[in-house]
Design a protein around this ligand. Structure first.
Ligand code: ADP
Ligand code: ASP
Ligand code: MG
Length: 409
């Protein structure tokens, strides 16, 4: 008998009829002889609604993030009880578990906690009794028992972490699309569902903006070798298997294109080109807990330099304020910024053995008259920063130029 962890995202549990659809899938797996642990997200856009309520209160002080997690964790608690009731209505023994009841212990980084440990004794006992445990995704408690959440999209991570400790045969992430596509199918219609993708590529795609999987979930699955599959709650297609790279696997040069609009760019103009400048600028930014992504520094002929970096869009105003203060203290000419930018990335393990991907990418963008503002590369990815208004055009043009529409063999 196999054990599956099945996770259902927000859209898949948005209404009671949809919760019934989920129950039927669980029952189906049980009828085929499998044990199932279910992980669910909050219903529909419930987490967004809770975030908006907190924004309306607008408390910025100490302990605000602790209360945020108490608030956000309520969404999943609604779904676990409703699904457990629905399963019982259909004659299946089921029981709901909050993160804490499921033994999920995290660190104390509210709103973006990491799973440290899972005591699976209780879930194992329930499984032995023939019960279907229905676990709240996205939440745990720290060692003091404070409620924590794992960051937006974190229910995927709950599912993979449970699959790892329970040694499940597969962790199945059910969502509102048929699997992992070559790019977001809601933006590029011709996007194609991949049969397989490597952990390494999926990790890049997830951390560069593709929200189909939480990047920590991919990290966990790769580290603990959890077979991971993304599939649709609304169809019977076999979805996408995320696996180790193997010799027989066809290696397309590019597997996927991903993007994020969650970006803003800041530039300090006319900075003296002397040692310590990068640290003088980025030190206070990092002290304010603002994450910096790309960094570019150029030296001009007059030995002054322009220093540009990107941050998350929500941190833009705060970063700008900090930068204006620094500019005065280091005598920089001017500070400018742009929060209408986007980052687009192409990912593929085949890039390792193929030169020329970057130049082709740049040519395709140039042909569309799209200006590249920043570039960053690593072994299996190339990212560019462009104006947000060209994002969809760029994604479509690259998707077609790199033949991602073609069926994989
Ligand atoms: P869930 O609520 O089930 O967790 P998410 O909204 O978090 O679902 O993730 C699914 C969404 O991810 C899809 O609706 C799709 O728009 C988006 N997405 C972005 N990039 C991709 C991709 N490469 N493949 C599939 N879906 C993607
Ligand atoms: N409900 C949380 C969110 O919307 C977690 C999740 O769905 O994965 O981000
Ligand atoms: Mg998600």
């Amino acid at each position: 008998m196999s054990l599956f962890v099945q996770k259902f995202g927000g859209t898949s549990v948005a209404t009671i009829p949809l919760i019934e659809n989920v129950a039927k899938r669980v029952i189906n797996a049980r009828e085929q002889g499998h044990d199932v642990v279910v992980v669910v997200s909050a219903m529909g856009h419930e987490t967004d609604r809770l975030v908006e309520l907190a924004e309306e209160v607008d408390y910025q002080g100490l302990d605000g993030r602790r209360e945020m997690d108490v608030l956000l964790s309520t969404g999943e608690q609604v779904t676990i009880s409703l699904l457990a009731m629905m399963l019982m209505k259909h004659g299946v023994r089921a029981r709901s578990f909050t993160g804490r009841q499921a033994g999920i212990v995290t660190d104390v980084e509210y709103t973006r906690a990491r799973v440290l440990d899972i005591d699976s004794t209780r879930l194992k006992a329930e499984l032995e009794q023939g019960v279907v445990p229905v676990v709240a995704g996205f939440q745990g408690t720290d060692e003091q028992g404070n409620i924590t959440t794992l960051g937006r999209g974190g229910s995927d991570t709950t599912a993979v972490a449970l699959a790892a400790v329970l040694k499940a045969d597969e962790c199945q992430i059910y969502t509102d699309v048929e699997g992992v596509f070559t790019t977001d199918p809601r933006v590029v219609e011709e996007a194609r569902c991949l049969k397989r993708i490597t952990f390494e590529e999926m990790l890049e795609l997830a951390s560069l903006g593709s929200k189909v999987l939480h990047s920590r979930a991919v990290e966990f699955a790769s580290k603990y070798q959890v077979p991971l599959r993304v599939l649709s709650s609304f169809s019977d297609a076999s979805g996408t298997l995320i696996t180790n790279e193997d010799e027989s696997m066809e290696q397309p040069i590019i597997s996927g294109i991903t993007f994020t609009r969650d970006e803003a760019k800041l530039t300090m103009l006319g900075v003296k080109d002397v040692p310590g400048i990068a640290s003088a600028i980025l030190g206070p930014i990092s002290d304010a807990n603002i994450e910096v992504d790309m960094i570019v520094q150029n030296v001009a002929a007059d030995m002054s330099t322009d220093f540009t970096f990107t941050v998350r869009r929500e941190d833009y105003t705060q970063a700008m304020g900090i930068l204006e203060n620094i500019a005065k203290s280091i005598d920089a000419r001017e500070v400018t910024g742009d929060n209408k930018i986007a980052k687009l990335s192409m990912v593929g393990v085949g890039m390792r053995s193929h030169a020329g991907v970057a130049s082709k990418m740049f040519r395709v963008l140039a042909d569309e008259s799209i200006n590249i503002q920043m570039i960053s590369t690593s072994e299996i990815k190339i990212s560019v920063v462009i104006a947000e208004k060209y994002l969809e055009l760029a994604a479509r043009a690259l998707h077609s130029a790199f033949d991602l529409v073609e069926e994989d063999k």
